[in-house]
Each structure stands twice: as C-alpha cells, then as structure tokens.
Write a protein that binds this ligand. Structure first.
Ligand SMILES: [Zn+2]
Length: 138
C-alpha cells in the first residue's frame, strides 16, 4: 500500500513543489512535524507548501476572483513568495520575522519545516490578517 501510494505521489504535480521545499516529505517528516499541530495549522502549512491558499493567484486560477494581482501591489501576482517575502504592505510583520530568524527568514523551506520557525511564521500570518480564516490565534 505504501509503495503504491509512493508511486502515485511521485507522479503528482504537487510532488515537485513539495520536494523543492522538503525533500524528506515523502519520508514521513511532515507527519512528524505536524503531529502536535492543530488541523488549521497543518492546513496552513500544507497550503503554503502546495500554494493552495486564499491568495489571489490561487483564487484566480479557481475563477474565484477577477485578478491574480496582490490587492495592494497592482500588476504583481499575489503568490505565496510575494505574501511571505516581498509585499511591502507586510513590511513591519516581516521585520519581526527577520529579527527572529535572521537570514533564514527568507528561506521558504526553513520556515515551513523548522518547528521554531513555524511559531514565528504563525505570528507573521496573524499580524498580516491576510489568511485570517485559515489560522486561529496562537
Ligand atoms: Zn503585495
């Protein structure tokens, strides 16, 4: 069963995304990482990894919005990297994350796989209020 699942998973388009972020995802590290997480926090981490979150690039793909642009940055897609690392609207929250994580604050693989970095990431998400419906207060 595990072998069959592994074979199916390795052909999934999401596999490349997740392999890039966490090469050990297929080896149960994700389950170990999220064992103590709430369902909503696990959902956030999965959403950030798969880029399936209520950000306009994804919503536009689903025809749920008229534009993939960031609501605050015209002509720039609201992607996960834009939301986490680039959008100037969240500069203050990002500075808090940078102070806590240093250079690793710009590493998507670090902030999505390191348990201590995930705590800081949750603070960032809560400060931005962008994914409010995705995450409870911590
Ligand atoms: Zn923006």
């Amino acid at each position: 069963m595990h072998t069959r699942w592994t074979d199916l998973w390795s052909t999934s388009p999401l596999f490349q995304h997740i392999q890039h972020i966490d090469p050990f995802a297929i080896k149960h590290s994700f389950l170990k990482l999220t064992l103590s997480f709430s369902k909503r926090l696990t959902g956030l981490i999965i959403g950030l990894r798969t880029r399936h979150l209520p950000l306009n690039q994804h919503l536009f793909r689903l025809t749920k919005t008229d534009s993939s642009d960031c609501p605050r940055c015209p002509y720039i897609d609201e992607t996960v990297p834009h939301y986490l690392f680039e959008c100037l609207h969240y500069l203050a929250a990002r500075q808090v994350m940078s102070q806590a994580l240093g250079r690793k604050a710009t590493s998507l693989s670090h902030i999505l796989t390191d348990p201590e970095a995930i705590v800081i990431l949750v603070r960032y998400v809560n400060q931005t209020h962008q994914l409010k419906s995705t995450l409870p207060k911590t």
